[in-house]
Design a protein around this ligand. Structure first.
Ligand SMILES: *Cc1c(COP(=O)(O)O)cnc(C)c1O
Length: 356
């Protein structure tokens, strides 16, 4: 049976990413060796790293003066690395969910954290708007897409201080004005590649302004100076990520992705608004994520939750169980998810509706 992969992360990758990576595991760039067993300093692997960094710059139209890094530690390490490198005495954070909260916790090790707004009062089912951001904060940190709660910032905040963005689950899904950011970071395993590497885009001029000493490995400058080769990068995940970046380019780049993502999310939300059994957990349409669609049974049908999960699982739907903090269901529909899989899920929802 065809499996439709709705996992939130690690998650679906383009077929071509898997095929090319499988080939390179056996014979990488005609070396006769596996990509896993060649030096990261070999000319073949250096070419992989260089192309991956260049494609990130090209696809996201990264302005001059920024560096692209692939380092380890996940997005979670960036929760502390960003403030370590960029927070002077104070930083502003928008609290839109579990990942924001974890970022806030780490930032508190480095100074005063001003939580400018929070949607915790409604279990994070909306994006706060119209909040005050202190002008003397080093930056405003945002989580652009809330993987767990199914919300997404539809526009970036207009503020006079730099932004730092955790884009782990929506990077490459839509255009972004990189010039507004000092740092953008994203764990690879949602929209780019396998777990093990983290993409970071950092503004060179924003660094080296603090008195605080920074340990070598946690200093962005170390990785910039060594082209992400200060220590051994995650060679296989970077290779696989490059295959996804090539796929993105060949499929029309970020504008084309955004167009498809609007269509893909649109048909699923339309079904949630129509089908009497299900409802989106995010009432405000503008705040609904185009990457992670969270939904529950409507109150009259709440007792059917387990039935639907079993029904959908039997029809090949994988990974749709909601995160425990929201309950219900979550369909993660990243760039690599074909619209056919979303149509298959919709068909299952309609079949279930007709069943009783
Ligand atoms: C998955 C995720 C993280 C955590 O990523 P790790 O690579 O596991 O550290 C952080 N932020 C967001 C928005 C995520 O979706």
């Amino acid at each position: 049976m065809k499996k439709h992969n709705f996992y939130a992360g690690p998650s679906i990758l383009p077929e071509i990413t898997k095929e090319k990576t499988a080939e390179a595991i056996m014979n990488f760039a005609d070396t006769g060796l596996s990509v896993m067993e060649v030096s990261h300093r070999s000319k073949e692997f250096v070419a992989v790293m260089d192309e991956a960094q260049a494609l990130v710059k090209e696809l996201l139209k990264v302005p001059d003066g920024y560096s692209v890094l692939f380092i380890q530690g996940g997005a979670s390490l960036q929760f502390l690395m960003a403030p370590f490198n960029l927070m002077n005495k104070k930083a502003a954070y928008l609290n839109t969910g579990a990942w924001s909260k974890k970022a806030i916790k780490e930032a508190k090790f480095f100074g005063e954290v001003v939580e400018v707004a929070s949607s915790a009062d409604a279990n994070y089912n909306y994006i706060p708007k119209n909040y005050h951001v202190p002008a003397d904060a080093s930056y405003l940190h945002i989580t652009t897409n809330n993987t767990i709660y199914g919300t997404q910032l539809s526009t970036m905040p207009e503020v006079d201080i730099p932004l730092i963005g955790d884009m782990s689950s929506d990077i490459f899904s839509r255009p972004v004005d990189v010039a507004k950011f000092d740092v953008i970071y994203a764990g690879a395993q949602k929209n780019l590649g396998p777990a093990g590497t983290t993409l970071i885009i950092v503004k060179n001029d924003a660094l080296n302004k603090l008195e605080r000493p920074i340990p070598t490995l946690l200093n962005y400058q170390t990785h910039i100076d060594k082209g992400s080769m200060f220590n051994t990068p995650a060679t296989l995940p970077v290779f696989a990520s490059l295959q996804t970046l090539r796929w993105l380019k060949e499929n029309g780049g970020i504008d084309a992705m955004e167009k498809t993502n609007i269509e893909k999310a649109g048909i699923l939300y339309d079904e949630l608004d129509r089908n009497k059994l299900f409802t989106s957990t995010v009432p405000n349409q503008d705040d609904r994520s185009k990457m992670n669609v969270t939904f529950v049974m409507t109150p009259d049908y709440a007792e059917l939750e387990k039935d639907f999960l079993d029904f959908a699982t039997a029809k090949g739907m994988v990974g749709i169980k909601g995160h425990r903090s929201v309950g219900g269901f979550r369909a993660s529909i990243y760039n690599a998810m074909p619209i056919a899989s979303i149509k298959a899920l919709i068909a299952v929802m309609q079949e279930f509706e007709k069943r009783d």
